[in-house]
Design a protein. Structure first.
Length: 369
């Protein structure tokens, strides 16, 4: 079966027609998205695409970056590595993963996206590594989704009485506190690109995520992706305003029937009003009313709101395969003790205690800003 690899804009252009026929699961695998990231992220060495026959493919990018190992929110070690980061594994076949084996001679590691635990793809990635080149203590995380019902009323009816009461109470309290000037705007048109970047940056600058180097940021990359995403219908943002002031946001992708929650943030001055949950209800209501969407993907993790508002879940694990070089093995050895300690801590805490620990971390980060 023919294998074709692209590592440059010119090679992707020659592959474009074939690439477009592959049923990708994420917009990140689209040729233009890959090329935008390659042009606007300084750590990206090259876009990467691998097509096997007419049914399987891998999309990603080769980066010179650090591979952090964290304990809680703290980065303990972050060795620098040349990494092939796979951004779409939705249609990766076993043959495609096997075709990656020679690429391990060019990089220190291959980082796969989260793959379903026990799946054929996960086993193939696991086998690619072998016993010494596999990342140990890779955390297993749930991914929660909401299969969209016929109406928002049906969604509310599917929740517990306690959750329904909480939604009504929080909504009424926020609207009263905002003095009747709360409004939600959905930024989804190409001409909304500048507004999207400005408003999300305004909110994100005050969040705990910014202290972690996460969340939305006004960068050359995000501006280019906003323009592309809004033009292609791959992106939208929901923004809550108090009058003219942006207070909270949800930044989402929309691709092949799925609305994926990418990033969120809110002004901590309004934390007691739970603006994120208020806005999330507007996101779900809009998604339910959109005939092009069939589900909302809450992304990896098990935060309380994901448990409360999802309808199904699965378990995933990120697989990292290290090269058989001295550098690859050293990077793996540096990270392993930290990842092992973090895994033991998570098991000891449990879900509810983990939520409390997250809250304390976030409070400290906000106070330190």
């Amino acid at each position: 079966m023919a294998v074709v690899i692209a590592r440059s804009a010119e090679e992707f252009e020659r592959l474009r027609a074939r690439w477009a026929r592959l049923p990708w699961q994420r917009e990140e695998a689209e040729v233009d998205y890959l090329l935008v990231r390659a042009r606007t992220r300084p750590e990206v060495v090259a876009p990467f695409g691998l097509a096997v026959g007419s049914e399987a493919g891998i999309a990603g990018r080769i980066e010179e970056r650090r591979l952090p190992a964290r304990f809680g929110y703290r980065t303990v070690v972050a060795p620098k590595a040349r990494v092939l980061r796979i951004v779409d594994g939705g249609i990766v076949g076993v043959a495609a993963i096997e075709a990656l084996r020679p690429v391990l001679r060019e990089v220190d590691a291959i980082a796969f996206p989260a793959l379903p635990v026990g799946s054929e793809l996960a086993r193939a990635a696991h086998d690619l590594a072998g016993p010494l080149r596999r990342q140990p203590f890779a955390p297993v995380t749930p991914r929660r989704r909401l299969v969209l019902p016929a109406s928002f009323d049906d969604f509310l009816a599917s929740r517990t009485r306690k959750i329904r009461s909480g939604i009504r109470y929080d909504s009424a309290r926020l609207e009263e506190a905002f003095g009747g000037v709360a409004r939600v705007r959905v930024l989804r048109r190409p001409e909304d690109a500048e507004q999207l970047v400005q408003d999300l940056e305004h909110i994100a600058g005050s969040t705990y995520q910014r202290a972690l180097g996460a969340g939305f940021a006004d960068t050359l990359e995000q501006r280019a992706l906003a323009r592309l995403g809004l033009e292609r219908g791959w992106m939208r943002a929901y923004v809550l305003y108090r009058g003219a002031d942006p207070i909270a946001y949800w930044h989402c992708s929309t691709y092949r029937g799925t609305l994926l929650l990418l990033r969120t943030g809110f002004d901590p001055a309004y934390a007691r009003h739970r603006p994120g949950i208020y806005l999330l209800m507007r996101v779900l209501e809009d998604a339910i009313g959109d005939e092009a969407l069939t589900e909302v993907d809450f992304g990896p993790g098990d935060a309380a709101y994901k448990r409360h508002f999802s309808s199904e879940s699965s378990l995933e694990r990120e697989e990292v395969v290290f090269a058989a070089s001295w550098r690859g093995l050293r990077i793996n050895a540096l990270r392993a003790p930290v990842l092992g300690a973090a895994q033991l801590a998570r098991r000891g805490l449990g879900t509810r205690l983990t939520d409390r620990v997250r809250s304390r971390w976030r409070s400290r980060l906000r106070q330190g800003q």
